[in-house]
Ligand binder design. Structure first.
Ligand code: PRP
Ligand code: URA
Length: 208
């Protein structure tokens, strides 16, 4: 079964309190989503392979280590875009793909409307990002697209995970580790995470 990592870091707890508050406005919400994405990416990259490189410091020659895999960041549109810059600040050479999905409000099933991935995506370690893992339908479908394109290493990052989504991903994609800033207890009758933070896309983009 895949790993579920849920952060207990004090910085993330503090920022999650701000994200959850309905008093937090669009500008601040968007900034904090980016910050939490950076902190989570730091945790999720801990086990990436390293290679040795020769470096000449101003004082002496030495051997250093650098990440030994090509990376891609793939946000699930649209809310995943809110996490992308925070991650690219740390790995500016990563390529970016986009998968467009929205959740049908009645069936809660994902509807695909866009998919554009780096040409060599199958050679990359892909960080799939979406703030919310609720029923898991969107992430499940997005991982399916990546696998159909030949991607072998996928890591899923979300801000909030719910049990239904975690269970679905662990059942359908036991090879994909999940990193979450927080894990909430349940979904309500509309498929929203409780207590959650509301509609991530609307809060990032100010559409409601
Ligand atoms: C939200 C969220 C996820 C999805 C999670 O997107 O950003 O993509 O719901 O729910 P699930 O786990 O039940 O699939 P939404 O469909 O609202 O689209 P948006 O990003 O365009 O707002
Ligand atoms: N999508 C959201 O944006 N929020 C939820 O709570 C569930 C799905």
């Amino acid at each position: 079964m895949s790993k579920l990592f849920v952060s207990e870091h004090p910085l993330i707890h503090t920022k999650m309190a701000m994200l959850r508050s309905k008093e937090t406005g669009t500008k601040e919400f968007r900034e904090i989503i980016g910050e939490v994405a950076s902190l989570l990416f730091y945790e999720a990259t801990r086990e990436l392979p390293l290679t040795e490189v020769a470096v000449q410091t101003p004082i002496a020659a030495t051997i250093c280590k650098t990440i030994d895999t090509k990376l891609a960041v793939v946000p699930i549109l649209r809310a995943g875009i809110g996490m992308t810059d925070g991650i690219l600040n740390l790995v500016p050479t990563a390529k970016i793909g986009h998968i467009g999905l929205y959740r049908d409000e009645v069936t809660l099933e994902p509807v695909e409307y866009y998919c554009k991935l780096p040409a060599d995506v199958e050679e990359r370690t892909v960080f799939l990002v979406d703030p919310m893992l609720a029923t898991g339908g969107s992430a499940d479908a997005a991982i399916g697209f990546l696998k159909a394109r030949g991607v072998k290493k996928i890591i899923f990052l979300c801000i909030l995970a719910a049990p239904n989504g975690v269970e679905r991903l662990q059942k359908n994609h036991p090879d994909v580790d999940i990193y979450a800033a927080a894990h909430d207890g349940k979904l309500n009758e509309n498929g929203y995470i409780v207590p959650g933070l509301g509609d991530a896309g609307d809060r990032i983009f100010g559409t409601k």
